[in-house]
Design a protein around this ligand. Sequence first.
Ligand code: ADP
Ligand code: MG
Length: 682
Amino acid sequence: MTALTTNIQYIKGIGEARAKSLQKLGITDLRGLISYFPRAYEDRREYRRIADLVPGENACVRAVIASEPKLSHIRRGLDLVKLRVVDESAALDLTYFNQSYLKNAFRLGEEYVFYGKAEGNLLKKQMTNPLFEREGANQITGRIMPVYPLTAGVSQSLLQKSVRQGLDACADELSDILPEDVRQAHRLCHIRYAYENVHFPADDEALSVARRRLVFEELYLLTLGLRLLRERRDAAAGQKCENVSLAPFYAALPFTLTGAQTRAAEDCARDMASERAMNRLVQGDVGSGKTMVAAAAVWFAAQSGLQSALMAPTEILAEQHYQTLAPLLEGLGVRCALLTAATTAKTRRSILAQLAAGEIALAIGTHALLSPDVRYQKLGLVVTDEQHRFGVDQRAALSAKGENPHLLVMSATPIPRTLALMIYGDLDVSLIDELPPGRQKIDTFAVNSTYHKRIYDFLRKQVAEGRQAYVICPMVGENDELPDERKAVAAYAEKLQKEVFPDLTVAPIHGRLKPKEKDAVMRDFSEGKIDILVSTTVVEVGVDVPNATVMLIENAECFGLSQLHQLRGRVGRGQHKSYCILVSDSKGEDTKQRLAVMTKTNNGFTIAEEDLKLRGPGDFFGSRQHGLPSLRVADLTCDMELLHESRAAAEQLIAADPALAAHPALRGRIRELFELNAGAMN
Ligand code: ADP
Ligand code: MG
């Protein structure tokens, strides 16, 4: 018996060399190995008589070795082994390239099964490099075989063999983690059967039974984990704030908050004034005014003497938040500081001292806020902007700097509800479903590059009216192999400046500029010193220049729908009518469909749903984005029913046994899965 935590190197038939290869796929222990699921299957069940082989089609053949294999050296680096096999219908010639050891692998007169693609014609049949095994072995022929995702240096057959060894090694070890009553109530197969058949399905039905079980288990564990996280946090006392009225804050604003903003702000205040720590997600489409909700929370915390940290995903965004928030909050007696990688050592030292002394009430920054030398006197609130860019672990690192601080997460990525339930299942949600008044629909056009002249004329007209424009190119630099120079920001900016808009100010900005340079360009743009900003997607997130009214996106086919929506959200932020122009010469049906969605709706949620339909949930579920365990088998586009079923089961269990005290194995497994949150799960 082999434990699931056994290093694969010690599994019979694997050994050091293979273990090393498998490591490239992140597979280190037995559980990792058997949980490395196929991405597809190859049906090798079809047997043919040699005479019935169809050129171009794969099939198995039962045949006897009719000739001694012949090895020939064609030239250096090219060996051939040739042999002839026969069945009752015809002969088949086999050729193997560069596998000279096969010369001694076959016994004359014995029967083997070969699987490969038939070649040749009616008279002469052949196969090149067919797979083979002894008749009756049924290991790699005559069955459905898994097809695994690969990486350089790891072959399909290496994985197939290793997984086989792994399954054999843990045959008795796989104990069922699902409570027996749950397994029965939901008609789920045993775990042993599930693993065996998800890798080496006996037939199609076995595969679907196996898959159903694994999907259920995966979603069940995820739901339970999220619920546990939540229970744990709900149980921990927060830093209770005084329940002061937000009126003084509202009064200091240059505008009236929308109903949705006010509701979100009041939600935060109520949370923070309660006994428990706040864990709230503020979700609102681009431009819905989430920053002011954060400001309200920061102000509220400061009234109780608590410090806040606001973490943004980019320098530009941190800087911008600082520029928006500092004048407002300082006017209300809340001292703010900006701390980024660009902050000079001297300023940084001074800020750190003031943070530690509690003299600064709000620190705004990027990841720099996470470095160990940043200490707070009394950190009570942590706000993360565009949280999908931060892992749960990073949020946790920041939280560790205070005593169970309140958490406020702001996200503009409209996530379809079902996914939100999974991803943010541990947070309360305030939805900002209303835009500030005066916002107009952003007119969106999808055109091809023959429209460039007209587009440029339009940009010129907008600039003449005092407005500004963004132009987005997908790539940085001139050395990429893509033929279109527009893909290079620098080159395109120069071209626009010299050839199209010699009388206007055009400037490039991209991720490879130093933070200081980037900030300088962004500042010039927001101060109106730049008419046309040529950019990569660095402006995708959160940047706010209300005077910009045109978003021109070149090679729009390079972007996903949600990304296009984020980019478009950079305009239409002020009182002026705004436009988004998507340029693409792609003829692909996919692209056309995607761009058409953009022209039809401005609603981020609709777009997210469409995105999900067109692309699948992979993007939402890249685990790096949120720190939750990634889904290995479940596909939320087609496993919705199972999602509901497993959630219901999980809720039931939690209701009966909130701490999973009676289910230690289940609990242990969840803790492993939520590795990043291990601290929180203990
Ligand atoms: P997002 O939700 O995308 O982060 P922001 O907080 O950046 O949106 O707000 C977008 C713009 O709308 C900013 O210029 C902000 O000053 C403005 N704004 C926010 N709330 C209101 C409001 N209630 N009335 C008018 N303008 C507002
Ligand atoms: Mg924002």
